[in-house]
Design a protein around this ligand. Structure first.
Ligand code: SF4
Ligand code: SF4
Length: 157
């Protein structure tokens, strides 16, 4: 009777939606820098840190004239995350020395085929349009930012 009369814990989705926490670990975004260049350098640390082996990538060398596209000499020609494998632990975000990959509040869409859950760069890299960039400031604590500035840490080179 106590539970019957008490406040309901369920909501009437989709009319009512729950607010996600600012640091909810949902689908990933690959960030661009202030000039719109891709931050990822295909170093592979995120893939190495991933316990689910969900990340794969192919690195490529930046060619002359592509400096406006990629921030460093190396970039990810292919970058894929298998969302069916991912357990949204956030270790890829922690491992990245380039502030390139972050989890977001967005959820992964449902689908009927397995292949639609392989997210490539077309789904992961954020828009070049400054108005459509994804704000990740809530996920970047001062401690993390300061740690990533320490060049004597092998992780940050
Ligand atoms: S959130 Fe965790 S499981 Fe998912 S890709 Fe990143 S490291 Fe792998
Ligand atoms: S750790 Fe960061 S820079 Fe390195 S491959 Fe992953 S997303 Fe790119």
């Amino acid at each position: 009777m106590k539970h019957f009369l008490g406040k309901k814990t369920t909501i009437k989705y989709p009319e009512t939606r729950k607010e996600y926490s600012e640091i909810y670990r949902g689908r990933h975004v690959l960030k661009r820098d202030d000039e719109g260049r891709e931050r990822c350098t295909a170093c592979g640390l995120c893939a190495l840190a991933c316990p689910a082996e969900a990340i794969s990538m192919v690195a490529a060398e930046r060619k002359p004239g592509e400096e406006h596209l990629y921030r460093e000499e190396k970039y990810a020609k292919v970058y894929e995350i298998n969302m069916l494998r991912c357990i949204f632990c956030g270790l890829c975000e922690e491992a990245c020395p380039k502030e390139a990959i972050f989890l977001t509040k967005q959820t992964v869409n449902s689908g009927y085929r397995r292949d639609v859950f392989i997210y490539g760069k077309e789904l992961l890299v954020e828009s070049v349009d400054a108005d459509k960039r994804i704000d990740v400031s809530k996920r970047q604590t001062e401690e993390v930012k300061n740690f990533k500035k320490e060049k004597n840490q092998r992780h940050n080179r």
